[in-house]
Design a protein around this ligand. Sequence first.
Ligand SMILES: [Zn+2]
Length: 415
Amino acid sequence: MLTKPPITFDVVARDGDARAGILTTRRGIIETPVFMPVGTVGTVKATRFEALEELDARIILGNTYHLWLRPGVDVIRAGGGLHKFIGWPRALLTDSGGFQVWSLGALRKISEEGTEFRSQIDGSLRFLSPEVSMEVQAALGSDIVMVFDECAPGKATYDQARVSLGLTARWAKRSRQKFDELQLEGSDMGSIGTTHPEDTRLGSPHCPVAAPAIPALSEELTGAQALFGIVQGAAHRDLRRESLERTVEIGFDGYAIGGLSVGEEKPVMWEVIDEIVPLMPPNRPRYLMGVGTPEDLIEAVAQGVDMFDCVLPTRNGRTGQAFTSRGKLNVKNAQWTEDQRPLDESCLCSVCRRHSRAYLRHLHQTGEMLGGILLTHHNLAFFLDTMRGVRQSIRSGDFPEFRRNFIERLTASGE
Ligand SMILES: [Zn+2]
């Protein structure tokens, strides 16, 4: 029996190994390669959702671990799922919590069953497992769910990485099973097809607010959540291959490479990407988790990666660092005190069109909230515009030139 899938993915152009695709989710169409801004606790920090729409962000991330601890599943269910709770009608991807729990280091205890740890909020003892992670992600109602995995440190020995990937494979199977059960039970709060459009209204009768419209569901899709598998194996290429094989055997809607950018040397990351990406199913989206700088994104696209997320544009925006086409610019520097130029003279974002480096430096020096907001906006614009340029160049067959020019400009001296 042929059943509809929760997402579709079509590669529409190739240039070398780089590919441009169309990922259709139940909440709209996403052109790939795509950068997904990170919305850890239900907010892309210092950014209004209207601004994300202005930047044409089609998909953002939410963190299962953080949202599970606070505000908790009950509050989000009562709010009608994460989309409604935060007022974002477009696509959401949630991670599984595996990475955050791993980051707790000595504060967590891992067993076959799952991971026990103390909440950073109130010190209570909590337990996260594949089943719990799938339940939380069903309550969040995200459009793309990630399996619960165990992340081995970048410098894990062969034996450590081997044990870890075995656990990840068994957890992936349990994630798949629980996920399927929850879909059948109808626990997915973001399901499309069963909700009524009027449910999406924001505001109250006394204070009406324009409702963000949910995109119409493509007839090709089920309206259910999609589930992505995660490849682990630290820096060991044969373990990475084994992890990929075992993940593909279970079968997922997309495949992610996890456990990179976690303490290993940069060349090691590229070795793993080199080895694994060409072996990933060509007809499914490939997602490189937690990476990276603009130059990393371009290089990974050249290897055939389709999806990225990273906290860099938002985190650096709050600490006074701008990403520009000519490299990083620190607004704290005294040299910008009277500089009337925009952050990036080739950027068309609303911040660069309106404000000078001098003003942005002033905001930073006086500790004004707006400083971080404006810098974050520009940084997100830079990442999203870069990916737009990448997509266009792949479609028009001049990605190698785009890549060369981009890197040359970035590394050229001067501002
Ligand atoms: Zn800008």
